[in-house]
Design a protein around this ligand. Structure first.
Ligand code: 4NP
Length: 159
């Protein structure tokens, strides 16, 4: 089976999406999937993840400290098979960039993986305390586990 490519998207690319990237990268062998992340906004381009995101990842033995924020680009629609967004605003912002239906079909709310068709959002933890990051971590971990199972199942069926 061809390698699957996935991009996780949030607003700033310093809290939720780099965490999601790190979690999914840890679950999936890099021979099976390419995983990265981006933000819809440009404020934090080039910055490392928020200290609180680095800390909660480290607690789970995941190192995201070297990641650098980037902004979602139109040609990411060509590069990636799956575009997972954290909230409805991200969804609308990415859909607004789509050039055609094929682009739109790649965009999914991440939490629909664990709460199908419920349009739930990964809350933005930026202005909250550390507890917000723990909650976000647990949601991202559950969603990434589901993605991992689906990809591995697909792979076995195609072997
Ligand atoms: P993220 O969190 O979208 O999960 O990376 C945010 C980071 C920065 C801002 C908002 C959310 N900000 O307003 O700068």
């Amino acid at each position: 089976m061809a390698k699957v490519s996935i991009i996780m998207v949030c607003l700033g690319n310093i809290c939720r999406s780099p965490l999601a990237e790190g979690i999914l990268q840890t679950k999936l062998n890099s021979e099976i999937a390419t995983v990265t992340s981006a933000g819809t906004g440009n404020w934090h381009i080039g910055e490392h993840p928020d200290k609180r995101a680095i800390k909660i990842a480290k607690k789970h033995a995941i190192d995201i400290s070297n990641k650098k924020a980037k902004q979602f680009q139109i040609n990411d629609f060509d590069t990636f098979d799956y575009i997972y967004v954290m909230d409805k605003t991200n969804y609308q912002d990415i859909i607004a960039l789509a050039r055609n239906q094929q682009d739109k079909d790649k965009v999914h709310l991440l939490l629909n993986q664990i709460y199908p068709n419920q349009q739930k959002e990964v809350p933005d933890p930026y202005y909250g305390g550390e507890n917000g990051f723990k909650k976000v971590y647990d949601l991202l971990d559950a969603a990434c586990e589901t993605i991992t199972s689906k990809i591995q199942l697909n792979q076995q069926q195609n072997d």
